[in-house]
Ligand binder design. Sequence first.
Ligand code: ZN
Length: 308
Amino acid sequence: MAAIGIDLGGTDIKGAIVSGDGQILLQKKTATHPEEGAEGVVDRIVELAESLCITHGTQMGDTLGVGVGVPGVTRQDGTVVIAPNLDWHYVPLKQMLADRLEQTAVELDNDANVAALAEARAGAGEGCQSLALLTLGTGIGGGIIIDGRVHHGSSYSAGEIGHMVVLPDGPICGCGKAGCLEAISATRGMVDFAQAGLDNGRESTLSGTDLTPKAICDAASEGDILGRATVDHVAKYIGIAVANLINILSPNVVAIGGGISAAGNLMLDPIVASAEANTLEGMFEHTRIELACLGNDAGSIGAAYLVI
Ligand code: ZN
């Protein structure tokens, strides 16, 4: 039997029919229009799920259920506590969907947790019991899978790897604390590091007007010394976070995904070197550190796994 995975974002809602072994059989998307409120978004999720069933030739009641990945903080009862991109506060999303999809099961979870679940079951960690995922982008998302399931912890919010403090008294993070991994190694921190180099007169092919993680990685791959130094700086702190994850969790796999990871081995190699240098002896070789492999599909595949 197949399941429906919904990847709810601030701009688009992506949906997929996913087979029991994590293969996408059919995909569709629709605009989110969060300005129309939670009721409107629920309407569009239900319409998308129904449209997927019709095109696939399946009855909603014959699916394993509908799983939803949400860009925000969720609770066990299916309430979305806060979702900044949707401007949601305490929206009882699971109940709202269950009222409309009575024929089948409904589950939801945070989008980073859901992506980690997809990578653990059908991606970089396929066949493994435990995995930690870091998604590098404008922020750093994280999810932890233990014994094949999302680890939520006592607050239900576990897995905030981006807010691991890796540099006490370091740059201020969006969360208000100092020295979080996200403040150093997400887009803003990476660009700021390169900009500071330019401001200090370091020679580089980079220019201050078009500094992006991609431009920095491209320059690094062409031998630009400031580009290389920026990649190494960002990777060093990601590696420290990975070492902490290995020391504490000893997972089978640590997967690195998100936009910045598109640089591939250019970014992965110094992350692995830093992780090895900072992991307790005897532990490092028991964890594989790999690029995530499901890309943008991780959201809908992982959401489906909530009901598979
Ligand atoms: Zn933080």
